[in-house]
Design a protein around this ligand. Structure first.
Ligand code: ADP
Length: 871
């Protein structure tokens, strides 16, 4: 029995009576296993799980197909399929009830027949009683009539006889003797209302019924009964007229008045009137009298017989009262009804129980399917061992992973076929630990060999297997393929090793400092060599940005306590490079740092410091070299302009000489006065000043000084440069014209260097134009300066415009290369030095041919205020 089957059987035991399910469930699981463990496609077992066809079909993808018919139809079909056996007792109950109904009905019919027979009999008996009584009375009265006719008795005796008749027959309420002329002779009882009527209404004609009866008696000379009469109170009566005949002579009648009610009351025996209600009904079907006013049910038995003769068209009707209840019969009936109800109830409750059970079965089946699907789709291999280490269960995933079939594994004892031959000992040790319950709770790694010989790494977790009764029955192991995670882990470790190796072998100090306390989180080998495991080194490399007061602070406030690092730099994803000099070590470092999120989630600062001491020294040498070069270049320029300078200086000197000679001559002549000499001496002085200016400019230009930037007047710089260049220009008959911005403009530069640039450009322009044929020779070189706003503030633009040959496109950029010259005596360093000077001032120098096609323009762009970092 599989692990899940065991679970399911316990579930089934909870919802289904124990006799029904265990075998069925084990059959189901066994059958499912027999079909290759593919429970989703296993045929449904017979018996308790036979309702599987009533469930919505599940396709391979696990989706439920939509029902094609109405829900009610499915329910009904389901009910019939699950509870067909319930119809047998139902049919039995119906048949039993029908049989009992038939028996009761026939009993009832027999009883009715008996009642009917008794009714006929009793009605006939009552009829006989009434008729006999009437006939008897008739005979008595006839006898009296004969006596009267024979006149055998005296008058009083007739009355006595009549009284005797009245006393013996209470149904007769009145007797009278009418003569042939319908005159009353006597009447009894004389107090009767009828006697009074006869007395009072001697002349009144009698009721027609009475007259008719009297006439009929006279005619027929036989006893005649009248039609029923009714008095004022509604009582009915019947008159019997007995003719008094003597020798065919009609002498009158002897009349007896019957109370119709009295006939019923006095002539019928009480045992009959108890059982029936007797009524006398006339020809018109009108009830004249009844023995009782007690109502009879509408379906009561009734029988009618004629009293005639001697009654005149009167019928006697007997209505049977309902018979007293038949207790045994009723008890039987109620017993049958009760038993039927009980049976129906028990059937209904059984039905309900069955439908609940089938619901539970359906739920169980759904659960089984779900578990089975889960078991099949699970990626983790499951294996159950009994207490001896025998495999009792493996799930499909386990089979897939190992490549072995369930049949190959279940029932096997160690060593198992998926153990690699080389690891047998280790595997046996693990199994022993497992069986002793000492398997590590975190699982253990093992290599598993597939059936095809390939292997993979897995991790096994073992837990005790406890059955539904709480008994420890074995060990459940889950197996996960960890080949991929293991490979990833190894790759990660290798990557970590590579990363560490790279970091450790870097010639840069890498360190990470916690921002909330001065704690070094990471330091590579180079850092450790320089500073050891001390955070101090990190802070030293941070240079001036470290707030020393904060360094050792225990302040844990997030913003203020970045180990003394400036909060303004807390831009997590920016890095900058700074050159920091560490005086203790006499070393320069280029330090890059950025804020990162450390592995524990806290903010940390990573710093990478590269030793740039050598580079710094080289840069310094280069700078000095450049300075010397610039100085040399200026000297060269002066050397090149030496003849012009000599010429320029020669003029004032010659003038001074002339003035001085003139003054001496005047003094020698003795004609001169001091007033005459003053203008001469003033002119001499002016010429000396002129020569001094030239010399001071040359001195300023060529003096060797440290590069120094300061606020300087653009106009002064231009004036000095033009002053020098003009010497050469004049010699070559070229005019230099300048146009400067109106207000004097101050720029932050090294004025000597900028002047050097301008002199160089002006000299080049003049030289370029001097080689040109007329009329360009003797042309004009223009120096235009203007201020324009730029991206980072105002810039000064200086254009040196010539009318020379211009520059072709091929040599445009080469002009700025060192040693590029088209001149026979040129060094080709001038423009290169000019560009490096301008670029060291964050400016640009470039050349463009003029738009009119004559000459070119060398353009300078300089920021008025250079960037802060370069000041
Ligand atoms: P050098 O003057 O010693 O040749 P430069 O670096 O000053 O060195 O100039 C390099 C070359 O650029 C010159 O040889 C010349 O051919 C060219 N050049 C410089 N200025 C001009 C100009 N205004 N017009 C035409 N060509 C020029």
């Amino acid at each position: 029995m599989s692990f899940f089957d065991r679970f399911l059987s316990s579930l089934r035991a909870a919802v289904v009576p124990p006799t029904a399910s265990p075998t069925a469930s084990s059959t189901a699981s066994d059958r499912a296993r027999a079909t290759g463990g593919d429970g989703a496609h296993a045929a449904p077992p017979a018996g308790t799980l036979g309702t599987i066809d009533t469930m919505a079909p599940v396709d391979d993808g696990g989706t439920v197909a939509a029902p094609t018919r109405g829900l009610w139809w499915l329910r009904w079909r389901n009910l019939v399929a699950t509870s067909w056996f319930m119809f047998i007792p139902l049919v039995a109950i119906v048949l039993f009830s029908a049989a009992m109904g038939v028996i009761l009905w026939s009993l009832h019919e027999t009883e009715r027949q008996q009642q009917r027979d008794a009714l006929y009999r009793d009605a006939a008996w009552a009829q006989q009683r009434v008729r006999l009584s009437l006939l008897s009375n008739q005979d008595q009265l006839a006898s009296l009539a004969r006596d009267i006719a024979a006149a055998q008795l005296e008058q009083g005796a007739y009355r006595t006889a009549a009284q005797e008749i009245l006393r013996e027959n209470p149904e007769i309420v009145f007797i009278n003797w009418l003569d042939a002329t319908r005159r009353g002779r006597w009447s009894l009882p004389s107090t009767s209302e009828f006697a009074a009527r006869l007395r009072e209404n001697q002349d009144q004609p009698l009721e027609p019924e009475v007259l008719d009866t009297f006439d009929a008696a006279r005619e027929t000379q036989r006893v005649v009964y009248s039609r029923p009469l009714t008095n004022d109170r509604g009582d009915s009566f019947m008159l019997m007229e007995v003719p008094i005949v003597r020798d065919n002579e009609f002498l009158g009648t002897l009349g007896a008045l019957y109370s119709i009610n009295g006939i019923l009351t006095h002539l019928l025996p009480p045992e009959l009137t108890e059982r029936y209600r007797f009524s006398l009904i006339d020809k018109n079907n009108q009830t004249r009298a009844s023995t009782s006013l007690r109502p009879v049910p509408g379906n009561a038995l009734s029988y009618e017989v004629l009293l005639d003769p001697p009654g005149h068209s009167l019928s006697l009707r007997a209505d049977a009262y309902p018979p007293p209840s038949n207790l045994p019969n009723n008890m039987l009936l109620w017993l049958v009804v009760g038993l039927s109800c009980f049976l129906l109830w028990s059937l209904w409750s059984m039905w309900r129980h069955t439908s609940r059970r089938s619901e539970a079965q359906r739920a169980l089946l759904a659960e089984t399917s779900f578990r089975r699907a889960m078991e099949n789709s699970m990626l983790i291999g499951l294996r159950a061992l009994d207490l001896n280490g025998r495999i009792t269960y493996v799930n499909p995933a386990f089979c897939r992973m190992t490549g072995w079939q369930e049949n190959d594994l279940v029932g096997r004892l160690p060593p198992f076929p998926y153990w690699p031959p080389n690891d047998q000992q280790e595997m046996q040790r693990q199994i022993d630990l497992t069986l002793q319950g000492k398997s590590p709770s975190g699982g253990y790694e093992m290599r598993v060999m597939r059936r095809d010989g390939s292997s993979f790494f897995s991790r096994m977790y073992v837990s005790p297997l406890v059955d539904s009764r709480g008994r420890h029955t074995g060990w459940m192991s889950s197996m996960t393929d960890i080949t991929e995670p293991k490979r990833a882990r190894e790759e990660l470790a290798a990557a970590h090793d590579r990363f560490t190796t790279v970091l450790e072998s870097l010639d840069a100090a890498v360190s990470v400092l916690a921002t909330d306390k001065a704690e070094l989180l990471f330091a590579n080998r180079y850092y450790r060599q320089l500073f050891g495991w001390e955070a101090e080194g990190h802070l030293k490399l941070a240079g001036d940005d470290v707030d020393k007061d904060q360094v050792s602070s225990d302040n844990t406030d997030y913003v203020d306590a970045y180990a003394g690092l400036p909060a303004s730099e807390l831009m997590p994803y920016t890095s900058d490079a700074r050159e920091v000099f560490v005086p203790d070590m006499q070393k320069w470092f280029e330090v890059r740092r950025r804020y990162i999120q450390w592995v524990d989630g806290h903010l940390a600062q990573m710093q990478i410091a590269t030793d740039i001491t050598v580079r710094k020294a080289a840069e310094e040498m280069t700078r000095q070299h450049e300075e010397r070069l610039q100085f040399t270049s200026r000297l060269t320029t002066m050397g090149e302009m030496a003849s012009s300078l000599a010429h320029e200086l020669n003029q004032p000197l010659a003038a001074i000489n002339n003035y001085c000679m003139g003054a001496v001559a005047r003094l020698h002549s003795g004609r001169s006065t001091p007033e005459d000499l003053i203008p001469v001496l003033e002119k001499t002085s002016a010429q000396a000043v002129r020569a001094g200016t030239i010399i001071s400019r040359i001195r300023g230009f060529v003096k060797r000084s440290q590069p120094q930037r300061r606020e300087a007047s653009l106009h002064d710089i231009v004036a000095d440069a033009v002053g020098l260049a003009d010497l050469e220009a004049t010699r070559r008959r070229v005019t230099i014209l300048t146009r400067l911005p109106a207000p004097p403009t101050m720029i932050y530069v090294d004025p000597v260097l900028i002047e050097q640039v301008l002199v160089n450009l002006l000299k080049n322009a003049v030289e370029a134009m001097s080689g040109m044929p007329a009329p360009r020779a003797g042309g004009v070189v223009r120096l235009h300066a203007r201020i324009e706003p730029g991206e980072f503030g105002n810039n000064v633009h200086i254009d040196v415009i010539d009318q020379g040959p211009g520059v072709d496109e091929a040599t445009k950029e080469r002009l700025f290369e060192p040693f590029f010259s088209t001149k026979s005596d040129g060094m080709g360093m001038g423009l290169n030095i000019c560009r490096s000077i301008i670029e060291s001032h964050q400016g640009r120098l470039w050349v463009e041919n003029n738009v009119d096609g004559i000459g070119c323009t060398f353009k300078i762009m300089l920021p008025l205020q250079p960037a802060m970092a370069d000041q």
